[in-house]
Design a protein around this ligand. Structure first.
Ligand code: GLP
Length: 240
């Protein structure tokens, strides 16, 4: 795993944006795996600037988001669908027909999971996967567990994750108890992975990811064996 330590969040976002931009310039129809949460906001903002100021072209880019709450309406302001629209899609020239998120409103959620997995396969897999990390080491919504799921699946959220994400909802009670998450296979088949971590609350998870024992109890530790993974974290995360 390549490790890049930055002085601050701004630099972290800027290095990540350069990497994504270089992927898109080299392959305009790149398939990007996208993440939500606070961490990639700076990346999306910098990519928006690159689009506006330097003409970075997203017109052929295909995107697959890692996860979505379940159940949730795509129009719910706390949905990842709304997050992506508000923080990224509406600011660049992506074609909405090429942007995919798991369907948080699906009546048949198991079928929706199978469909999502097939769509990723049909697109040829992910070229560049952006990942954040949960304080408990989750990636996407692949929560710490004895066994991790291979394919896109419905997952019960841990109380720690619901608590951490309650800041996006009116109350803790309003946070859905489940989510649809891409599984470990689609993440690990990504040709390149970019894991972003910022702030002290991620310190322990980052330390384990870099040098801990590989364990499904801290899903991000598995990234140690990916052939082309880069971790970017800022000085506030951990000092080493
Ligand atoms: C959520 C998302 C993850 C994200 C994580 C960290 O649970 N499902 O994909 O990486 O939170 O979020 P944040 O960047 O807000 O700390």
């Amino acid at each position: 795993m390549q490790i890049i330590k930055t002085t601050d969040y701004q630099e972290l976002s800027s290095i990540a944006a350069q990497m994504v931009a270089s992927q898109i310039r080299g392959k305009p129809n790149s398939v990007l795996g996208l993440a939500t949460g606070s961490t990639p906001l700076g990346l999306y903002s910098q990519l928006t600037d690159m689009h506006r100021e330097a003409g970075l072209d997203f017109s052929q880019v295909v995107t697959f988001n890692l996860d979505e709450y379940y159940p949730i309406a795509p129009s719910d302001p706390a949905s990842y669908s709304c997050y992506m629209e508000k923080n990224f899609f509406q600011h660049v020239n992506v074609q909405r027909s090429r942007c995919h998120l798991p369907n948080g409103a699906a009546a048949d959620v198991q079928q929706a999971c199978r469909d999502y997995e097939e769509e990723i396969d049909r697109a040829g897999g992910i070229d560049l996967q952006i990942l954040g990390i949960g304080a408990n080491g989750h990636i996407g919504f692949n929560e710490p567990s004895e066994r991790l799921q291979i394919a896109t699946h419905l997952v019960p959220l841990t109380e720690a994750t619901r608590m951490a994400n309650s800041r996006f909802f009116a109350s803790l009670d309003a946070v859905p108890r489940q989510a649809i998450s891409v599984g470990m296979a689609a993440i690990f088949r990504a040709r390149q992975i970019l894991l972003l971590a910022s702030g002290e609350s991620k310190g322990e998870a980052v330390r384990e990811t870099v040098s801990g024992v590989i364990t499904t109890r801290i899903p991000a530790t598995l990234l140690q064996v990916h052939p082309n993974a880069t971790l970017i974290f800022d000085a506030a995360t951990i000092s080493f």
